[in-house]
Write a protein that binds this ligand. Structure first.
Ligand SMILES: Cc1cc2nc3c(=O)[nH]c(=O)nc-3n(C[C@H](O)[C@H](O)[C@H](O)COP(=O)(O)OP(=O)(O)OC[C@H]3O[C@@H](n4cnc5c(N)ncnc54)[C@H](O)[C@@H]3O)c2cc1C
Length: 609
């Protein structure tokens, strides 16, 4: 058997984004031995890309805000299939987590009287996003990292986990390789927190980084955990569409929060044409009121550009499909127009949206202070993930926890912007606390040497196949990944139909077969082709999960839009769709009833309608 190094921890956190760092800090504070593993360098996790801010009802800009409004907004945005307990905890605890981050050194933008400034974002009734310009994720990661390095956490960077081990029912460790030299590591741990982020790389147009190959989802699924809500993928309405080299890169919702408007090729603000009934009472019906809202007028209602992401994305698709799009298949997002309203508008835009200004200037040669941007939907976030207990974040496998984007529940059918960063803090902390508690209360675990042997053989399989000739002639890992992305984008993308999804699922199944024959040339050192070959099965597993769940949900809700079932069906609002690996290795789907909401939470929702 190839050599490997064995490393012991009480709690192993896989992923060093906001959720993983916060979990590691919490577990270390509880006094247990903590290891933190990440695929990239520390500080490079996807969270660093987050722009607009983190949602918390601090009430600094509008004192009518409180946890009850935030809870109701989150449930309405998620179309009531959310885990209501998580939505409650998130709304109640986010303000403390944000203030804690400030106490640890995060330098948020300020109100004139020196409190944390909050900005408008889609689906939030009041200005709620604490932010640092449009670089909030960077500040969050920097602060958590600075705080975390003093907690005695062992960090294993550029190290990819490929399998989880179990000792009986319990999770017991992880098998990993270091990306530079390709050496193997076996982590033994009494508890594991998965904080591996999302799945965007399963689609061809995405705002997500190379790391988003659904590893945590897939690791948990193959270790026996249950996945939930995988049909709910968020297509953010505003990604760059031109030039091709930047397609999919995010244009923050902060642009619309600062007064940016969406127009079609005829210059029409088409978002006024389709305001859903359940948002009518909260949405401006004229341009003047919408502008006043973005400028902080408490008596104004929000402009329709700040409706939820799923709705805005579909309105953009409608304009494009009906021939009113921009030359490169998007629509126009115009922030330059505010010069008609504000003196020093150009300076204001550069101050509030510095990254957007530079992004368009450098990548598309467009000055957003004078020229509208071309934008269109991009795969952005997965609401689905590992099913967890709302309080502890433990999955259905004892000792295996999940937090952040790889966990399911909080966001239901659609996530509100800004609710992810606060999710990372609230549930990262909870996962770390409960994982430490689990590690304290449970004895040592062992890892079976046969399982280690199997994991190392599997990992080296691509080289064996290339050497044996089996990898030749067929597609390599990049080609298969590329084909998969096309299949998912076209077949299970923003607008879905039964026949197209069934075809896509069949093609994904075929690719799974092909992937078992993939070979890669070269050796274990510095070999990105090998890394891709090992990521590929994860992408294929989660793609199958998305397709199966999306076929099962015969209605439209949140991020899941079906052309053949365009309406919401109340019966589908009573359950979540879950997926579990059956004994024969097949993917088993189940409809799991959502538990009844306590009367006091129901009352909050009724009151806020
Ligand atoms: C451009 C952009 C802007 C955004 N802006 C906002 C915003 O303003 N507000 C908001 O709330 N949300 C925003 N989001 C969403 C938000 O950033 C993410 O949902 C969130 O950062 C995810 O954090 P995480 O901790 O779950 O995962 P990540 O930050 O992605 O961290 C995942 C970690 O897991 C590691 N990992 C993955 N697989 C493995 C493996 N197999 N082995 C070892 N390590 C592994 C990675 O290396 C990484 O360290 C934005 C997203 C994008 C793309």
């Amino acid at each position: 058997m190839p050599e490997y190094e064995t490393i012991d921890h009480d709690v192993l956190v896989i992923g060093a984004g906001g959720a993983g760092l916060r979990a590691a800090i919490a577990a270390a504070a509880a006094g247990v031995k903590v290891g933190l593993v990440c695929k990239s360098l520390l500080g490079k996790a996807h969270t660093v890309m987050a722009e607009g801010g983190m949602a918390a009802s601090l009430g600094n800009v509008d004192d009518r805000d409180n946890w009850r409004v935030h809870f109701a907004d989150t449930m309405r945005g998620g179309q009531y299939v959310n885990n209501w307990r998580m939505a409650e905890l998130h709304a109640k605890e986010a303000p403390d987590r944000v203030r804690e981050l400030e106490a640890w050194g995060a330098l948020f933008d300020r109100t004139p009287d020196g409190r944390i400034l909050q900005r408008n974002f889609g689906g939030h009734r009041y200005p709620r996003l604490a932010h640092v310009g449009d670089r909030t994720g960077l500040e969050m990661i920097r602060t958590l990292q600075d705080h975390g390095v003093h907690q005695g956490i062992d960090v294993h960077m550029e190290c990819t986990v490929v399998t989880l081990f179990r000792d009986g029912e319990r999770v017991s460790g992880a098998f990993a390789y270091d990306r530079e030299r390709g050496r193997f590591r076996v982590f033994r741990a009494k508890a594991i927190v998965l904080a591996t982020g999302g799945i965007g790389r399963a689609f061809s147009i995405t705002s997500n980084s190379w790391e988003y190959t659904g590893d945590g989802h897939s690791l948990a699924y193959h270790a026996g955990a249950v996945l939930q809500d995988m049909e709910f993928v968020q297509f953010h309405p505003t990604g760059m569409v031109w030039p091709p080299s930047v397609k999919g890169i995010l244009v923050t919702e902060g642009v619309r929060g600062e007064g940016g408007v969406l127009k079609n090729k005829d210059g029409r603000r088409f978002m006024f044409d389709d305001i859903p009934d359940n948002y009518k009472s909260q949405t401006a019906d004229n341009e003047e009121e919408g502008w006043r809202y973005t400028q902080g007028d408490k008596n104004a209602r929000r402009p329709p550009e700040l409706l939820t992401r799923d709705h805005v994305a579909r309105c953009i698709m409608r304009e494009v499909r009906e021939g009113r799009g921009s030359p490169h298949g998007g629509v126009y997002l115009d922030i330059a127009w505010i010069k008609a309203r504000l003196p020093n508008a150009a300076e204001h835009i550069k101050k509030k949206l510095p990254s957007m200004y530079h992004q368009f200037k450098q990548l598309a040669d467009i000055d957003i202070t004078t020229t509208p941007m071309e934008v269109g939907p991009t795969t952005h976030y997965v609401m689905g993930g590992i099913r967890v207990d709302g309080d502890s974040q433990m999955s259905t496998v004892p000792g295996l926890f999940a937090a952040g984007e790889c966990a399911a529940g909080l966001h239901g059918a659609n996530r509100l912007g800004g609710n992810s960063l606060s999710d990372l803090l609230v549930f990262g902390k909870r996962a770390g606390d409960y994982a430490a508690k689990f590690a304290r209360e449970h004895g040592a675990v062992s890892v079976d040497s046969a399982a280690i042997d199997a994991a190392s053989r599997w990992s080296l399989g691509p080289f064996e196949r290339a050497a044996g000739g089996n990898g030749r002639g067929g597609d390599g890992p990049y080609q298969i990944q590329n084909r998969l992305q096309g299949i998912m984008q076209d077949g299970v993308g923003i607008v879905r139909r039964e026949d197209e999804m069934v075809r896509a699922l069949g093609e994904v199944r075929k690719l799974q077969e092909e992937a078992t024959r993939v070979g890669v040339p070269g050796n274990r050192e510095y070999n990105p082709g090998w890394h891709t070959a090992l990521d590929l099965p994860n992408l294929l597993t989660i793609s199958e999960a998305v397709a199966r769940a999306a076929i099962e949900r015969r209605e439209s809700r949140g991020g899941h839009f079906r052309d053949d079932y365009p309406e919401k069906d109340p019966q589908y609002g009573t359950f979540n769709i879950t997926l579990k690996k059956a004994a024969d290795g097949s993917m088993q789907l189940e409809r799991v009833t959502i538990p009844p909401m306590p009367a006091e939470l129901k009352a909050v929702i009724e009151e806020m309608k």
